[in-house]
Design a protein around this ligand. Structure first.
Ligand code: PLP
Length: 222
């Protein structure tokens, strides 16, 4: 199936289960800039990339307007290009990283929109702040004048049975709603990828990050 057809299926799936409006981020990592163009021309308004270097090379030649999301882990030595290139950074998970980002944003007089990545399942293989350390990180970010906290990002474990993601997504949504009550600009709950986005949206995600279902399998040798 073509990108246009795949997009249609993903959007229809989201629309069949959503409770509120959902932002679809098309994840173009490991695909060339021509795939990015194709997606944007098919109506995609949000693009997600994992790695700073790969993304900046593609953005440099991308002759299209699109909202850019950094969804991969960010190292403090890459905060400058991150701030320069991305509208929303999903992967803030430590005070140290937040401080570096705040400094980089200040130096270019930008207010950087960020999400905090929460490692709800406490997977040691994954990034993200543990739930019990979240209040401290949020309090620190609130003091950083060049960062604006827009919500939370969750990556579910790769369970053999995708239904096992559901309780985790439900817990994330509860968490998000509680935080949202006392905050301004706290709008995005980023959760759901190709294998679990339908369940994520059913459980209240309003931002999904979908690659494979739109573009097919990634070729890591390319
Ligand atoms: C690669 C990636 C995605 C997209 O994964 P698919 O399974 O191809 O949809 C979503 N979120 C993050 C953080 C990713 O690294």
């Amino acid at each position: 199936m073509s990108v246009v057809e795949n997009l249609k299926v993903v959007i229809e799936t989201i629309n069949s289960v959503k409770r509120e409006s959902v932002t679809l981020i098309a994840v173009t990592k490991n695909h060339g800039v021509e795939v990015m163009r194709e997606a944007i021309d098919a109506g995609v308004e949000n693009i997600g990339e994992n790695r700073i270097q790969e993304a900046t090379e593609k953005f440099a030649v991308l002759d299209r307007r699109v909202t850019k999301h950094l969804i991969g882990h960010l190292q403090t030595n890459k905060v400058k290009p991150a701030v320069k290139n991305f509208d929303l950074i999903h992967s803030v998970d430590s005070i140290h990283l937040a401080e570096s980002l705040n400094k980089a944003a200040k130096s270019v007089e930008k207010i950087q929109d960020i999400l905090i990545q929460v490692n709800l399942a406490k997977e040691s293989s994954k990034s993200g702040v543990y739930e019990e350390n979240l209040p401290e990180l949020v309090a620190a970010v609130d003091e950083m004048k060049n960062l604006r906290l827009r919500g939370l990002m969750i990556i579910a474990p790769n369970f053999p049975d995708v239904e096992d993601c559901r309780p985790l997504f439900r817990q994330a949504k509860k968490f998000f709603d509680i935080m949202k009550k006392n905050r301004k600009n706290f709008d995005f709950l980023s959760m759901g990828m190709t294998h679990d986005y339908k369940i994520a949206v059913e459980e209240g995600s309003n931002m999904v990050r979908v690659g494979t279902a739109i573009f097919g399998e990634r070729n890591y040798n390319a």
